[in-house]
Each structure stands twice: as C-alpha cells, then as structure tokens.
Design a protein around this ligand. Structure first.
Ligand code: RP5
Length: 165
C-alpha cells in the first residue's frame, strides 16, 4: 500500500525554510508530503483548482503556510472539506501577528486549524494525529515520538539536577 499523502502548500519559496520542518516531520511519521508553492494572491485560480481536486487525488489533509495577509489556508478551506491546517509565518513589519490573525479568524462554517506562528512541525504532527484515526502505523509512530520526547526531557532534567546538586 502506498504511503498516505498530506499536501504541504506555501505562498512563496521564501516560506520554505520554515515549511521544511513540516515536510521533514511528515516523512518521519511515514506520510508522503505533496509539496507546492501556491499563492492565494498571485495564482488564486490554481489554489482553487488544487483544493477542488485534492480529495480525489488521494490527499487526506492539507497544511498551508503563508505570511503577511495570509489567505492561503482559508482559500484552500473554501474549496475542500478535507482538514486544513494553517501555519501563520513570521515576516514583515508585524512579524507574523498579521498572518496569525488572518489564518485563525476564519468565519463560521469554513474552519482552518491554526498552529502557532512558524509552527510547521506541529502542523505536521496534527495532520498525522488526524490520519492516525485511519492508519495504525501512524498512531504507533506518534506514540514512539512522544516516548522519545519523554526520554529526552528526563535526560535533560537529570543533567540539570546534577549541575545544581
Ligand atoms: C506571502 O507573502 C507568502 O506566503 C510569504 O510569506 C510572503 C512574502 O512572499 P514573497 O514576497 O517572499 O514571495 O504571500
């Protein structure tokens, strides 16, 4: 069986350094990222076309990262009933607060699950958690990831405890 697919969209190639964290995290969790640059402002027709066809192309969730007046996640959500996770990106005079508000404040009926500013890794983990309802392998990988986080924290805690003994 081929790997489950999640789209990772971004408004510009300047978003890639942050959005790469989503791409890498999806791979770590056994999910195939389908990566595209699609701007809600510069190519609105392509955004709508992509979103309208996403479900039948096999995509199971969409992660959309954009900065400034960040409409990408909302424009995708307007054209699909797949789960859409928005990543507001830090850029410009307002350092991501603009993108956060634009992404999170969707009108009733068209939700975008919004993560923190530059929260691309959490977007991928949330997408994996949604897909884990259907794919037991992803649920197992998420459990393993949590176990590793716990071990790392416990290791750091004992190092700090030793230092201040
Ligand atoms: C947004 O405008 C993009 O998502 C990007 O974060 C920001 C700046 O884009 P560029 O001018 O770098 O292409 O649409």
């Amino acid at each position: 069986m081929s790997a489950p697919q999640v789209a990772v969209l971004m408004g510009s190639d300047s978003d890639l350094p942050v959005m790469e964290k989503a791409i890498e995290t999806l791979k770590e969790l056994g999910i195939k990222p389908q990566v595209k640059i699609l701007s809600a402002h510069r190519v609105p027709d392509k955004v709508a076309e992509f979103a309208k066809n996403a479900r039948k192309s096999g995509c199971e969730a969409v992660i959309a990262g954009a900065g400034l007046a960040a409409h990408l996640a909302g424009a995708v959500a307007a054209n699909t009933t797949l789960p859409v996770i928005g990543v507001p990106l830090k850029s410009g005079a307002l350092a991501g607060a603009d993108a956060l508000y634009a992404t999170v404040q969707m009108p009733s009926g068209i939700p975008v699950a919004t993560v923190a500013i530059d929260g691309a890794r959490n977007a991928a983990i949330l997408a994996a958690q949604i897909l884990s309802i259907k794919y037991p392998d992803i649920a197992q990988k998420l459990d393993d990831m949590r176990a590793r986080m716990r071990q790392e924290l416990e290791k750091k805690s004992s190092e700090v405890e030793q230092r201040y003994k």
